[in-house]
Design a binder for this molecule. Structure first.
Ligand code: 13P
Length: 343
């Protein structure tokens, strides 16, 4: 492992003013997104859609530091035969790859999940590196249940263990791991319950990372924010989300980690941007804070595109706008009135 090079890539992924496009939806997830805009999900429609994003020159060269790809996409060619991964490299962004293989029911813990995909991961990483991937992503999913038992310490532990196993294998393959322990915002819990569960999850994750000798300088953390569940009657203000998320991260994330790139997790586009900007306005942080958004970057372009070739320019405008708003947020410079102006 060359830690100096891993650290260089990690820092480039969280350069202020830039963030990560999470375009790594599995075939099942992208089908759900396409169903919502009434587009049939085929190998070609998925290619056309992602090609539209990767050819958004302004967004890709100025606001996007890296793109997380799904396995299908990393091997796909654009309509003119150029590999999609080359489009990303040509724009100056870094290609990355989702390497987990989704979740399975966790035996003994009804309702809880464990992320799988460690078998043969070392060989897969080698192939992805040869293809050009310089970072990877593995997502663990922790649900907050209504009762007291979920999440169980078992679910938190096995998921943290798998995240650390994955991260160690990535670094051995000279690939920067994005470590993503996602605490879902699906429930009706308040922000303090999210804080408390996320604190346990992050502490366990870093404990495992240390045990398995992962070099913190050569990784990126992709956490959820401290935020109320979607169904909670008690929604927190942007300022409260920002302050509690920063307090939580300072308590749990060592300063050796070069950067933190948030998931959007089902927040609205504007909320995801406002929260990131409010956190960066607090300032004086030991790590760079940016975005690694899927839905909050892609919902608008998906709608504008709607599967029609004549809408490609509109889709690219919508993507560029969201990428620019989040770029400003990564520097704490986003303002609500910038949304209307460019829309
Ligand atoms: P969302 O921003 O839509 O949560 O997706 C980010 C991601 O990569 C989830 O794994």
């Amino acid at each position: 492992m060359n830690l100096a090079d891993l650290n260089k890539v990690a820092l480039a992924m969280v350069t202020p003013g830039k963030g990560i496009l999470a375009a790594d939806e599995s075939s099942g997830t992208i089908k759900k997104r396409f169903d919502a805009i009434r587009v049939e999900s085929t190998e070609q429609s998925r290619r056309d859609y992602r090609e539209m994003l990767f050819r958004s020159t302004e967004a890709m060269s100025q606001y996007i530091s890296g793109v997380i790809l799904y396995d299908e996409t990393i091997w796909q060619d654009a309509a003119d035969g150029t590999p999609l991964i080359k489009l990303i490299e040509q724009s100056g962004a870094i290609p990355g790859i989702k390497v987990d293989e989704g979740t399975q029911a966790l035996p003994g813990c009804p309702g809880e999940l464990v992320t799988v995909g460690l078998d043969r991961l070392a060989e897969r990483l080698k192939k992805y590196y040869e293809r050009g991937a310089r970072f990877a992503k593995w997502r663990a999913v922790i649900d907050i249940g209504q009762g007291t038992g979920i999440p169980s310490m078992t679910a938190i532990h096995v998921n943290a263990h798998a995240l650390a196993r994955y991260a160690a294998l990535c670094q051995a393959a000279q690939i920067v791991p994005i470590v993503e322990p996602e605490v879902l915002m699906d429930g009706d819990h308040d922000i303090d319950r999210c804080y408390e569960v996320t604190e346990r999850v992050l502490n366990e994750t870093f404990q495992e990372l240390r045990l398995q000798r992962v070099a913190l300088e050569g990784m990126i953390l992709k956490p959820n924010m401290a935020i109320a569940g979607k169904k909670s009657a008690k929604q927190a203000s942007a300022q409260e989300v920002a302050e509690k998320t920063i307090r939580l991260l300072k308590a749990c994330v060592p300063a050796a980690v070069p950067g933190i790139a948030f998931l959007s997790g089902g927040q609205s586009d504007a909320d995801a941007t406002a929260h990131l900007s409010a956190m960066n306005r607090i300032g004086n942080l030991p790590w760079n804070l940016t975005f690694s958004y899927g839905r909050a970057l892609q919902a608008a372009p998906q709608k504008a595109w709607s599967g029609k070739a004549e809408n490609v320019a509109a889709g690219q405008r919508a993507f560029t706008h969201r990428a620019r708003m989040n770029s400003l947020a990564s520097k704490g410079e986003w303002k609500a009135d910038l949304e209307q102006k460019a829309a």
